[in-house]
Design a protein around this ligand. Structure first.
Ligand code: GLC
Length: 827
């Protein structure tokens, strides 16, 4: 995307409010839903509209000529864009001032050259745009002013560090396997600006909506600007004010959509390999998983389950009775997820291909011929998921697969990826990339009657594929809440699918990179994300696997996967010591499941990700903003993974407040740096003082009854309020309110006592009487322990308490009636 072909910087020539305007390429009239509340700006040789929504989101759309492209909302199932009616005045110094009563921001526009400032209520600049240039071919460019000290997070799935300052990033979905740097499989043209707090405006976020390629120069060529460019469709830029990162992400995700609560089983460990190639191997795998007590919930079947890589088929010899297989695995608490690529083998004897042709489902070349690309089955035709009837047709193809007892789907190769040609060199097959797609066309997602170049909507391909698959899972899935995993995506893909970061390698650097990569993906609206544990390509060493599974067990999406030809990566392939480490790591995940599940619920409600950078929770701490190799799992757990070969100690940073080592209960007070022992068996993990973390005793899979179904881990040193929400873990009944809610309130020092109030359980979801254990950490043996004001004695049976290694364990029977536990003296 060269910048020299751009028109000169735009200047403002006139303005009007509301009303209809011309749109579309043929000049047909289109009604713009937002017109009522938008300010229309006549620019030199171009047109723009500006809208401010009630939550403060500012949107600027601009295109060369006199017509704007249709709003993309309908194309990607977004809610309607409803800006408030603006009030406009001409400023004394020239240009315009725009306020929308009720919105927390206002806008100032300079006329020549055109520039735009979003101001917060104290008139600090939230965002400043300048250098708007629009090209008659549809390309657009604009720059965001950058100041010293600002950090730039997000940008979807990107390699490298957390702060993207100084980088140039491209958005064009492609197969990013091996050492490919940028772009990769997913394009999310969104980023957040994180600012030092206490001075000036708070944080903000920007979404450069474009389904075609786009580019960001993040203060690399010029250190005072982020230059943003789109290739087609003009400019459609949204600015989300903060003041905090959590506000930015809440606003961004309320626009593009949030990740629905996954079924509980999808939060367990997934075991995958390219490929478990027949029923016998799958049965052996399941038997090993269970006999070795490696907590696991899901087995993935990669492409070899199919008949000649024909999607929606089973190889009749290797998988003769898939329904029996899925049933048998299910009895062992294991679900099956199958890979489904979008490419349909071009084969006139294959029913899915024939049916696709009958439905005119496939992408075409400009000359009208069917487009096919080289991928696993040879030549494959690609469904055009931009049309709703094609999505319905695709969804229908899943019926038999899901009736076989498959619980979830793994959408791969959906950038779409393929290769230009196969080249056989002796026994080796070389796959020559990239395929030429310059003459491929698809339907316009905003207007399916129109045909547009594939390139101009390419970044949407994976998202639309997932949209179709999710519809299938919702209609035919035996499971009530779908699980879908995708490799490709665009902003908002989290509504349909979890993402994994594609084909990484068994290298220490890839382990380390997975931390900022998943944090940035999380901040880009995708909470349910993970990297292949152990690395996909190459030969993982025992030490690397041990370190990888330790942190991988705490990835929001935890899957071990490896490529054909590489060393096998089941957790027991690296010897007894590493097997024990893997078991322990996955047991920790199972213990934390109630907490993790609560974080996913929060992600659906507010967009807050499961993995958070330290500055998410500690916005006032400048040191926290610079930490790129640690993370917070929700508000209460800090993780400092070991990602260096041979390292047995780890230097880390603790933000302000008390922290407790998960390993030995040692108490530290931040802000401080700390060096801790990290033998191979240990992941440095800290709990935040003042938190109550719901856990349970570990199980082999989520369906197994836990010996201790609810254990509240209490870390003194602050006061907090929380809520434990429980449901069936499977169905969508929670959406209708079928949940059980328990309020949790921790008082640090109520009359000299530490006090935990467990509220009366509310809501229709029924829970049988159960044992409840409350572990209060960092506690010397207390003088007295009270339950609802009455002293309880030291004994094992409930109600009673015990003291072990600095932790007071209170046991009681939970009938949902609520309880208050007090420790005297307060620790
Ligand atoms: C792609 C996927 C990988 C999978 C392979 C075979 O490379 O990214 O996970 O194993 O295809 O289906």
């Amino acid at each position: 995307m060269a910048s020299d072909r751009y028109a000169p910087r735009a200047a403002l020539c006139g303005w009007t409010i509301g009303g209809r305007h011309e749109g579309g390429p043929q000049g047909e009239r289109r009604e713009e839903p937002g017109d009522e509340g938008e300010l229309r700006l006549e620019l030199s040789g171009a047109v723009a509209v500006l809208g401010i929504a009630g939550d403060g989101t500012v949107r600027l759309r601009a295109a060369s000529g006199s017509a704007l492209p249709a709003l993309p909302e309908t194309a990607v199932e977004r809610g309607p864009w409803r800006p408030l009616a603006p009030r406009v005045h001409e400023r004394k110094q020239g240009g315009l001032g725009v306020v929308s009563p009720g919105a927390p921001v206002s806008v100032e526009i300079d006329a020549n050259p055109f520039a735009l400032r979003v101001l917060d209520r104290t008139r600090h600049a939230v965002a400043e745009l300048r250098d708007l240039r629009l090209d008659p071919e549809g390309a657009a460019q604009v720059a965001l002013r950058v100041r010293a000290g600002e950090r730039f997070f997000g940008f979807g799935e990107k390699r490298g560090g957390l702060d993207k300052r100084g980088e140039r990033l491209r958005m064009r979905n492609r197969d990013g396997g091996g050492e490919a740097a940028d772009p990769l499989y997913v394009s999310i043209p969104f980023f957040a600006v994180h600012r030092p707090h206490g001075e000036g405006a708070g944080d903000c976020g920007l979404l450069l909506e474009s389904f075609g390629p786009s580019e960001f120069d993040v203060a690399s060529r010029r250190d005072d600007a982020i230059a943003m460019q789109t290739a087609t469709g003009g400019l459609d830029l949204m600015i989300f004010p903060g003041p905090l990162l959590r506000d930015v992400v809440e606003r961004f995700t309320s626009r593009v959509g949030r990740s629905p609560l996954p079924p509980l089983w999808a939060l367990g460990h997934h075991q995958s390999r390219y490929s478990y190639a027949n029923e016998r191997q799958v049965r052996e795998l399941a038997a090993e998983i269970r006999s070795r007590r490696i907590p696991t919930d899901v087995v993935h079947l990669d492409i070899d389950y199919m008949d000649g890589f024909r999607v929606f088929t089973w190889d009749p010899k290797r998988f003769a009775d898939p329904a029996a297989l899925t049933k048998e695995l299910r009895e062992q608490g294991l679900r099956v997820v199958t890979i489904v690529d979008p490419g349909v083998k071009v084969d006139p004897d294959y029913a899915v291909y024939r049916s696709g042709r009958e439905h005119d489902a496939f992408c075409r070349r400009r000359d009208g011929g069917e487009y096919s690309l080289r991928v696993w089955p040879g030549n494959a035709a690609l469904p055009d998921f931009n049309r709703s009837e094609v999505r319905s047709w695709w969804a229908e193809q899943h019926r038999a697969l899901l009736e076989t007892g498959v619980s979830g789907v793994w959408n791969d190769m959906n950038e779409p990826a393929g290769w230009g040609a196969d080249l056989r060199l002796g026994r080796t097959m070389l796959r020559l990339r990239e395929q030429d797609v310059s003459d491929v066309v698809q339907s316009d997602p905003s207007d399916p009657e129109r045909v547009v170049s594939h390139e101009s909507v390419r970044n949407l391909y994976g998202l639309q594929h997932c949209r179709a698959t999710r519809a299938a899972l919702e209609s035919f899935g035996r499971e009530h809440r779908p699980f879908l995993l995708s490799r490709s995506g665009y902003a908002g893909v989290q509504r349909y699918a979890a993402l994994w970061t594609g084909d990484n390698s068994s290298r220490w650097s890839h382990l380390g990179e997975s931390i900022p990569m998943l944090l940035n993906l999380s901040l880009s609206g995708v909470p349910f994300c993970g990297a292949d544990i152990g690395g996909y390509f190459g030969h993982c060493t025992p030490e690397l696997y041990a370190r990888w599974i330790q942190i991988g067990a705490l990835y929001p999406f935890a899957r071990t996967h490896s490529a054909r030809g590489g060393r096998r990566q089941e957790p027991w392939r690296f010897g007894a010591r590493v097997e024990a480490i893997a078991r322990h790591a996955l047991q920790l995940r199972m213990r934390l499941l109630p907490y993790l599940y609560g974080l996913f619920r929060e992600a659906e409600e507010t967009g807050a990700p499961v993995w958070r950078p330290l500055c998410w929770e500690f916005p006032d701490d400048p040191e926290a903003a610079s930490v790129e190799d640690q993370l917070l799992l929700g508000p209460s757990l800090l993780v400092a993974p070991v990602v260096e070969r041979g390292a047995r100690r780890r230097d880390l940073y603790l933000p302000p407040g008390p922290w407790f080592s998960w390993h030995d209960g040692a108490r530290y007070v931040g802000p401080r740096r700390l060096e801790v022992d990290a033998p191979l068996e240990r992941l440095p993990l800290f709990a935040r003082g003042g938190s109550v973390i719901p856990t349970r005793s570990p199980v082999a899979h989520v369906g197994e009854t836990a010996a201790e179904p609810l254990v509240l881990e209490v870390f003194p040193g602050g006061e907090s309020r929380g809520e434990l929400v429980e449901d069936d873990g499977e169905t969508s009944a929670y959406r209708g309110g079928v949940v059980a809610r328990t309020a949790l309130r921790l008082w640090d020092r109520a009359g000299g006592r530490l006090r935990l109030e467990i509220g009366r359980r509310e809501g229709p979801y029924r829970i049988e009487e159960r044992l409840l254990r409350v572990g209060i950490h960092g506690c010397a043996p207390p003088d007295s322990v009270f339950l609802d004001g009455t002293p309880v004695s030291r004994n094992e049976a409930p109600p009673g308490y015990g003291v072990e290694e600095g932790c007071v364990q209170v046991r009681l029977l939970d009938r949902g009636e609520g309880a208050a536990i007090e420790i005297e003296p307060a620790p």
